[in-house]
Design a protein around this ligand. Structure first.
Ligand SMILES: Nc1ncnc2c1ncn2[C@@H]1O[C@H](COP(=O)(O)OP(=O)(O)O)[C@@H](O)[C@H]1O
Ligand SMILES: [Mg+2]
Length: 493
């Protein structure tokens, strides 16, 4: 554990604060056995003494490459680790710099980061880093815990405002909600507790690096169109997305489906791609006589006629549903390619195809994201939801799916939320599109199998879902080719 060494160096004897952990548990690695030869740190050097601080005194074992000195003006890049268990290099094309005012802490942190397979330069302050050659590269900074908040947060904000090609991970002793919130507000990519394990630190740096990559991609002007555009399919595919369960993806999908089906452009089909634990049919009181599993078995015979026979009809609204398989084993058989084909067939024949997904990044979720015209990222205003939403955005970037398709939907908003909409925007790097209130009537409607659009039609929740539906205009071809007549049956001919 890196931070044991840092805590000792900083003379910290208090119990380790809880870490704001990433909910996806990363594999734990053996602790760092860095043994500083001096227990008490010398006073921090003044700015005038830098960038030539005294020679490193920390001894880092576990095959760490020897550090070149406390301040290394070369640009840090990926370095192969000598540790067989170390992760793959992650910092391709992005420099990594370690910053801490305390020379010993800085050395331990730099050596530690290097030992994890990430080559890094080290500086005593963000100001000195900003003047160095590294600052001219896309850059992720790993800030140590010696400078306490709020000063470190203030300096980070200034540093990050220089451009989208800068990212930051900050190590903190103080993991209070207020400090963590202020760090995210400042634009920090991740906050890691000083007592976190190695995998967490590597994960945080990796995510910051990929966010910087994504930021650079998006800042790039679009490539000129050289070929004529391919014919666009008729329907608009709307995929629900959220790496955390229970944020309200299915509730929003069901109510949005009802709202769209009642707004005119039809057919509207809701596909339950939460293949193992889908509950859309339950939320609409539909008996899943047919499911998506039958569409898969059809293989090449799959066409609009066959799919039409497999759809369930929600009579009160006209919404059509392709239900999830009845049990997790059947769900396992629905492969990604099959879902892609199902979505292709549906989008050719429908005004809207809404796809509810599982919180897991499985093959079906991937296919639904790739097919999507709109990705509704549903999140709640709490720390773990926002961390997952941020990770979800980064994952889209890594997958090459344009994050411009994302519409951020805050669900279960209330005056007691720990975080604000502005916090969500900063954390996720996207504008809030829709805010749905927390409403007990919604929870009750989900349990009764009557969508809130019917059971509480004048509630703010229902009115806001209707507004969300209006904001998702049908493609022109779909709006004219389909009319109210299509509401009468489940046929997709
Ligand atoms: N706006 C809301 N107000 C109150 N409760 C809600 C709201 N949205 C969702 N819920 C509750 O949260 C539960 C989980 O929602 P669900 O849509 O199943 O989550 P997900 O599909 O994202 O995992 C629902 O059963 C419902 O009780
Ligand atoms: Mg769900």
């Amino acid at each position: 554990m890196l931070t044991r060494a840092i805590r000792a160096l900083a003379g910290d004897t208090t119990p380790a604060p809880p870490t704001v952990r990433h909910p996806k548990p990363a594999a734990r690695r053996p602790v760092l056995t860095a043994v500083p030869t001096h227990r008490a740190p010398p006073p921090a050097p003044s700015a005038a003494e830098l960038p030539d601080p005294p020679a490193p005194v920390a001894t880092v074992v576990r095959g760490a490459p020897a550090g070149p000195g406390l301040v290394d003006h070369g640009v840090g890049t990926a370095a192969p680790s000598q540790d067989r268990g170390a992760p793959e290099p992650i910092a391709r094309g992005v420099a990594v710099a370690v910053v801490d005012t305390d020379p010993l802490v800085r050395t331990v942190l730099k050596d530690h980061v290097t030992s994890l397979g990430i080559d890094a330069v080290a500086h005593d302050s963000l100001a000195s880093l900003a003047l160095s050659p590294a600052a001219r590269e896309p850059l992720v900074v790993v800030v140590g815990p010696s400078e306490p908040p709020p000063a470190v947060v203030e300096h980070l904000q200034e540093f990050l405002e220089a451009g989208p090609d800068r990212g930051a991970v900050v190590l903190l002793f103080d993991m209070s909600a207020e400090t963590v919130r202020s760090a995210f507000r400042a634009g920090v990519d991740d906050v890691v507790a000083v007592n976190a394990d190695d995998a967490e630190l590597v994960g945080a740096i990796g995510r910051a690096v990929s966010r910087v990559h994504t930021g650079l991609e998006e800042a790039r002007p679009p490539a000129p169109v050289v070929a004529p555009p391919v014919a666009t399919p008729a329907g608009r595919v709307i995929t629900m997305f959220g790496a955390k369960g229970g944020t309200g993806k299915s509730v929003v999908a069901v109510n949005l489906g009802v709202a769209l089906a009642r707004q005119g452009a039809t057919p509207v089909v809701l596909v339950d791609a939460n293949l193992q634990f889908g509950d859309v049919a339950l939320m609409l009181q539909l008996r899943p006589e047919h499911t998506i599993a039958e569409a898969v078995v059809a293989g090449d015979r799959l066409d609009g006629d066959l799919l039409g026979e497999l759809l369930l009809r929600h009579k009160p609204s006209g919404l059509l549903v392709l239900a999830a398989p009845p049990d997790p084993v059947a769900g396992d058989r629905v492969e990604r390619a099959d879902l892609g084909k199902v979505l292709d067939v549906l989008r050719e024949r429908c005004a809207y195809v809404i796809v509810d997904t599982s919180p897991r990044m499985e093959e079906a979720t991937l296919a639904a994201l790739q097919a999507a015209d709109d990705i509704l990222m549903v999140t709640n205003l709490d720390m773990t939801s926002l961390k997952d939403a941020r990770l979800g955005m980064q994952t889209l970037g890594v997958l090459g799916i344009a994050t411009s398709r994302v519409k951020l939907v805050i669900n279960q908003s209330s005056s007691t939320n720990a975080l604000s909409q502005a916090d969500a925007e900063r954390a996720v790097h996207a504008k809030v599109h829709t805010v749905l209130p927390n409403d007990p009537a919604v929870a009750e409607s989900a349990n009764r199998g009557v969508p809130a659009m019917f059971s509480a039609p004048t509630s703010r929740f229902a009115l806001t879902v209707a507004e969300l539906a209006r904001s998702l205009r049908p493609r022109p071809a779909a709006a004219t080719a389909r009319g109210p007549a299509a509401r009468e049956g489940a046929s997709l001919r």
